[in-house]
Design a protein around this ligand. Structure first.
Ligand SMILES: Cc1cc2nc3c(=O)[nH]c(=O)nc-3n(C[C@H](O)[C@H](O)[C@H](O)COP(=O)(O)O)c2cc1C
Length: 429
């Protein structure tokens, strides 16, 4: 019997699928629709007092490399880049607190947590919003240390530019906010980070010491694409962006923090399918946010994510996600450990299967493969990179284990053995 329930920093969620902050939950009606869709929790559209970011440039969404199919209107490609210039809610914080107050009983009735997203300038604003949101019925707060990126030239006072992403880039400034809010509200506090940051392990430690209850990794970061026909940036220059291609970076950062910080982590940014959700969780996320993928596929997609995760868990005989959260972290190895654990490889070809297409020779940059009608492999030059095997269209290539590492290192230096470092010549790493 599968049970999708997870605990996240004291919140008991009926499933780990969370609506990422944004237009999914920007009005009473939309919050209720997200509840009906089946999310375990919903992060609301961020609010801020700064008027400039309650207004949005136009047009605000742009899909780049989004391949459509005329005969399949509901087709969504596996890859694309989503660019946008959407700022915070058009409603001031006081008004959004009313939205939450109206939607909160419905969410509670349906066992769905509302996580209020706030974005302040200076402690007074943070405190005011946090109190209001707790009173309005939020189960937790997501403190926005990620977006928007207020362009300095457009704000009236320099301190207005110190919002959102600024706290990921200068995390020591976020510490005071976390400490203060921790003394202001009883509900859990999550800090949402921007992927443009660097030392996420250090940041996590700093925020944990300040009292944060969990981290959300990540929001959008700054992306830019160029239309090569016009030579102009596709969306007026660097702006917020996301897309399936970014999940690898998000997952790597989650794994880094999960291995060190011991804080509950909400994954996101690039998670598109239920499989992605499992991947984020295996890398250490306790729950996963989806925003733009739901906007592109509609709210009915949430049920598909839930069904997909349940089906997977039944097939793999997991009774609860907790059994696979962080599973991948046990086999993350350093280069030295990998070398100690594995044998060197070389490639061989089964000429009966080979169709002589030459694809293997094309990708071999170690001069192992000579093409005649069929390929000839020189094992003494093969460094076992495995690329030829991976691209072979008929699976004619097999990797074999070497008896000793010396042959492997000789292969590495086969082009210029006389110029190789002495320890490598002796097969020492
Ligand atoms: C149109 C749009 C508006 C967004 N608005 C907010 C917001 O108000 N607050 C916030 O924290 N994140 C906001 N985000 C970021 C998302 O919550 C999410 O972190 C990001 O899009 C990456 O996840 P995804 O790949 O699932 O979309 C927004 C994203 C999009 C696409």
């Amino acid at each position: 019997m599968t049970d999708l329930r997870v605990e996240f920093a004291g919140l008991k969620l009926k499933n780990p699928i969370v609506a990422g902050g944004g237009p999914l939950a920007g009005t009473v009606d939309h919050i209720k629709k997200c509840v009906d869709a089946g999310f375990g929790a919903i992060v609301t559209k961020t609010v801020a007092y700064l008027k400039y970011i309650q207004r949005w440039p136009r047009p605000r969404y742009l899909l780049v490399d989004y391949k459509k199919k005329a005969n399949d209107p509901y087709y969504v490609p596996d890859d694309y880049t989503w660019l946008h210039r959407e700022h915070n809610s058009v409603y001031p914080p006081e008004s959004f607190a009313k939205i939450i107050k109206e939607a909160a009983p419905y969410a509670k009735e349906h066992d769905c947590a509302i996580i209020g997203s706030i974005n302040g300038r200076g402690l007074d604003e943070w405190v005011k919003m946090a109190k209001m949101y707790e009173e309005a019925g939020c189960s937790a707060l997501e403190i926005n240390f990620c977006c928007p990126f207020p362009p300095v030239e457009l704000v009236e006072k320099p301190e207005d530019a110190f919002m959102g992403i600024a706290f990921t880039l200068e995390p020591e400034k976020g510490v005071k906010i976390i400490e203060t809010l921790k003394n202001t509200v009883q509900i859990p506090l999550f800090a949402k980070l921007n992927p443009d940051g660097q030392d996420f392990e250090g940041m996590a430690e700093m925020f944990k010491d300040a009292g944060v209850d969990g981290l959300t990794m990540f929001a959008n970061n700054r992306l830019m694409r160029v239309d090569i026909e016009t030579g102009e940036p596709t969306n007026w220059g660097p702006c917020a962006g996301t897309g399936p291609a970014f999940k690898g970076h998000s997952i790597a950062c989650i794994a880094r923090v999960a291995r060190t910080a011991g804080l509950p982590l909400m994954g996101g940014r690039g998670a598109t399918t239920w499989q992605d959700g499992i991947e984020f969780m295996m890398a250490g996320a306790n729950a996963v946010q989806y925003c733009s993928p739901i906007m592109l596929r509609g709210l009915s997609y949430v049920k598909e994510l839930i069904r997909g995760m349940e089906g997977y868990m039944e097939r793999r005989r997991y009774s609860n996600p907790q059994e696979f959260v962080g599973k991948a972290l046990k086999t993350v190895y350093s280069t030295k450990e990998i070398i100690a654990k594995t044998k060197a490889l070389y490639s061989t070809v089964d000429l009966k299967k080979c169709v002589g297409c030459g694809r293997c020779a094309e990708v071999c940059f170690y001069d192992v493969i000579e093409m005649h009608r069929k390929p000839k492999f020189y094992a003494d030059r093969c460094v076992g990179c495995t690329l030829c095997k991976q691209v072979c269209p008929v699976d004619a290539i097999e990797m074999k284990e070497r008896d000793n590492d010396l042959d492997h290192f000789k292969a590495y230096i086969s082009a210029h053995p006389e110029w190789a470092a002495e320890d490598i010549k002796k097969g020492q790493f």
